[in-house]
Design a protein around this ligand. Structure first.
Ligand SMILES: *[C@@H]1O[C@H](CO)[C@@H](O)[C@H](O)[C@H]1NC(C)=O
Ligand SMILES: *[C@@H]1O[C@H](CO)[C@@H](O)[C@H](O)[C@H]1NC(C)=O
Ligand SMILES: *[C@@H]1O[C@H](CO)[C@@H](O)[C@H](O)[C@H]1NC(C)=O
Length: 306
């Protein structure tokens, strides 16, 4: 596990993969913190298409850990579709220069993290991220383009199934990252459902100072749009101060999963978005979930905001 590619280590997903496979990893330290978020779901229907355009603002000029921005879609138990804008200590692996992000289509599931080809993007770029269920009703095609020029930045296709029910933004800080230094905007977000669900808009939730405007529906509640989402820059101070403890007796021990009660909001508090990990043996990140989600025990190694 130590030799796993850094990219696999660093996403939301790795912990749940480890959890799902019941792999105790005493060497694995996590101290995730989260920026603001906006999310919707679960729908009574299913999502068949989701499009948004993110304007990420400049990436931190120096990076202490790893920082990810993503719009994510899942049903809580299956794959997490999450095209990611990434900030690493060096982003030269995608051709980016200081202040630029690397973007790539990406999916996380029981298999780990799988990524499309990456491209660099600048802070003022408009990065359009589309997830579309294909005619076979099983394959999701992710298409990432520059919304202004139409240039293709990344694609990925995965058999992630027809039961997607939740969608939301994530600003995820791993390994004591340097947080976002500017706000992110997500504009022209449009989520299309398989059938009308007039209650879907009512499931919208915000955390960490994120705001949205222009939530509307059409087609009797089948198509939902959010004109604008704004995620504030993260404060310099880490939002979660818990340091991880590594446990050496991995396999034995009836370890208890901590599912601490909420400490949502306020400076110094934290709130993990929908579908984020919020507990589990060895987990040292944020254990509070953004309202209305609660931290649900999945197994000894993994609790999740649902
Ligand atoms: C989530 O999607 C997967 C893949 O299609 C499916 O196997 C699973 O049953 C779904 N779970 C829920 C809770 O809908
Ligand atoms: C996080 O990074 C900062 C800046 O590099 C450092 O001062 C601090 O000690 C680090 N904290 C942890 C828990 O590693
Ligand atoms: C969050 O914590 C506060 C203070 O302990 C409590 O009053 C409130 O009911 C809690 N909210 C939830 C959703 O658990």
């Amino acid at each position: 596990m130590l030799y796993i590619q850094p990219a696999i280590f660093s996403t939301l997903a790795f912990a749940s993969w480890a959890a799902a496979n019941l792999v105790p990893s005493p060497i694995f330290k996590r101290a995730d913190t989260w920026g603001g978020s906006v999310s919707l779901g679960p729908t009574k229907s299913t999502i068949v298409k989701a499009v948004t355009t993110i304007i990420p603002g400049p990436a931190p000029p120096t990076q202490n850990g790893v920082l990810f921005l993503w719009p994510g879609m899942s049903n809580g138990t299956g794959d997490l579709i999450q095209a990611t804008l990434e900030s690493w200590q060096s982003n030269s692996w995608c051709g980016a220069t200081t202040g630029q992000w690397c973007v790539r289509a990406s999916v996380f599931g029981w298999f780990g993290q799988l990524d499309g080809n990456p491209s660099p993007v600048s802070g003022s770029d408009q990065v359009r991220i589309e997830y579309a269920l294909q005619a076979d009703k099983n394959t999701w095609l992710q298409t990432v383009t520059n919304a202004v020029t139409g240039a293709l930045l990344s694609t990925y296709s995965s058999p992630s199934g027809p039961y997607m029910r939740g969608y939301g933004t994530g600003t995820e800080c791993n390994d004591n990252c340097s947080g976002t230094i500017a706000a992110q905007s997500y504009i022209n977000t449009v989520i299309t459902l398989a059938s009308a669900d007039t209650t879907f808009g009512g499931t919208i939730a915000t955390a960490g100072g994120a705001t949205y405007s222009g939530l509307t529906s059409s087609d009797g509640g089948k198509v939902w749009s959010i004109a604008s989402i704004s995620i504030p820059a993260m404060s310099k101070a880490p939002q979660t101060t818990t340091t991880s403890k590594t446990t050496t007796k991995a396999t034995t021990a009836s370890t208890k999963t901590t599912t601490k009660a909420n400490t949502t909001g306020g400076s110094g508090g934290c709130s993990a978005p929908q579908y984020a990990q919020c507990g589990g043996n060895g987990f040292a990140g944020c254990t509070s979930c953004a309202s209305p989600y609660t931290c649900k025990l999945q197994n000894e190694w993994y609790s999740q905001c649902l």
